[in-house]
Design a binder for this molecule. Structure first.
Ligand code: NAD
Length: 354
């Protein structure tokens, strides 16, 4: 496999492959940049069909973490890990201990946490063998724990900023929001939106969680494949990435796309397609930074949950700055955000060289 020639390769500093026969661990850890600090990003557990798919994913996700951490103003670089296995059947304490040893062997250059397919309990297993892990259980009032609810809070505040900018409403009452994916982030997001009077349309591939959301939030359910075309003000993708592409974008009826999923745009040009359709896009790695803000505070230690919540208030401000700059310069919001992130990373690299 020509890793250095892959489209997803972006000058990554280090890629390590971890294998442990007894526990059947196959893991890849990618450090994209440590310019701003130790590389931090979650561990995804996914049954990739081919190793090449896992490599491409970890390269893309780790670059996204560099941009996310830089834009959130965190003292962290960008990294990510993937474990090639099915999270529903392959989890054992031995597997996570073996993964923890891989993390530990990097001596603190990479800090892990949970991501799609892994949980707080899994990270507790990892923490038995390494201290380079966050997203663990915590005492009430302390920073940290499951990042999902903090990500949801950042997305909620980001949706409010986008609604204010694009629709001129400072309240969410009566605003129609479609939430795609009712997992760790999406479900919490629904609670926050419903609490402010937003009208919800929801979809998930798990029927039970859809029923629960309909009961609890008076949400309207639609089949998963129809959600993207729902007649709403805001589409909040909170399932998997790459949902916005040349085929799906013409079906959108929303005027705003603002959600938690990583890598929502299948390619950069999809940002242009959204803008051309008059749809305001909240760059994913800016709006979904609440979880890593929590992870960062937890890892540094000594912080309270109130401090994490205060930090997350920066997300709508950053988004509004991006929206305004994109309008002023007649550029897409994703291009503006990418440039801002790259400038932050390059600035620190130059400072180091000098
Ligand atoms: P999750 O796995 O808990 O939830 C995802 C949900 O999407 C599940 O309920 C799943 O059934 C559903 N889903 C899958 N395919 C779907 C489809 N086609 N249509 C509708 N629903 C579908 O994951 P999560 O932690 O809630 O994260 C959601 C997204 O946000 C992911 O892309 C993740 O990478 C991103 N993200 C999460 C965090 C975090 O703190 N958890 C932080 C940043 C970004």
């Amino acid at each position: 496999m020509e890793i250095f020639d892959l489209r997803e390769f972006d000058g990554h500093e280090q890629i390590s492959f971890g294998h442990d026969a007894p526990s059947h661990l196959r893991a890849i850890i990618a450090i994209h940049s440590s310019a701003l600090g130790p590389a931090a990003g979650g561990c995804r557990m996914w049954p990739y069909a081919r190793t090449a798919d896992a490599v491409a994913d970890v390269l893309r996700l780790s670059r996204g973490m560099s941009y996310k951490n830089a834009m959130a103003g965190l003292p962290l670089g960008g990294g990510k890990a993937v474990i090639i296995a099915d999270s529903r059947t392959a989890k054992t304490p031995e597997l996570f201990a073996a993964f923890g040893r891989c993390v530990d062997s990097l001596g603190g250059r990479y800090i892990t946490a949970e991501d799609v397919g892994t949980t707080t309990a899994d990270m507790a297993q990892v923490a038995r063998v390494t201290r380079y892990v966050a997203g663990l259980g915590r005492a009430p009032g302390e920073a940290g724990g499951d990042p999902g609810p903090k990500t949801a809070l950042g997305v909620f505040l980001g949706i409010k900023a986008a609604v204010r900018f694009r629709l001129g409403h400072s309240e969410l009452a009566g605003i129609k929001v479609a939430v795609q994916g009712l997992g760790g982030v999406g479900y919490h997001l629904c609670a926050l939106l419903a609490g402010e009077g937003a009208e919800l349309t929801v979809a998930d591939v798990r029927a039970a969680v859809v029923h629960k959301a309909c009961d609890e939030f008076r949400a309207r359910a639609v089949p998963a494949e129809d959600l993207i075309a729902a007649q709403v003000d805001v589409l909040a993708p909170c399932a998997l990435g790459a949902g916005l592409n040349g085929t799906s974008i013409p079906r959108l009826r929303a005027r705003i796309v603002a959600g938690a999923a990583n890598n929502q745009l299948a390619e950069d040009e999809d940002g242009q397609r959204l803008a051309a359709a008059g749809i305001l896009y909240a760059p994913d790695y800016v709006i979904n930074a609440g979880g890593i803000v929590s992870v960062s505070r937890e890892y540094q230690g000594g912080a309270t949950e109130a401090q994490v919540i205060a930090d997350i208030q920066g997300i709508p401000l950053r988004l509004t700055e991006i929206f305004e700059r994109a309008r002023r310069e007649n550029r897409t919001t994703n291009a503006v955000a990418d440039q801002m992130a790259r400038e932050l990373l390059a600035g620190r690299r130059q400072q180091r060289v000098a």
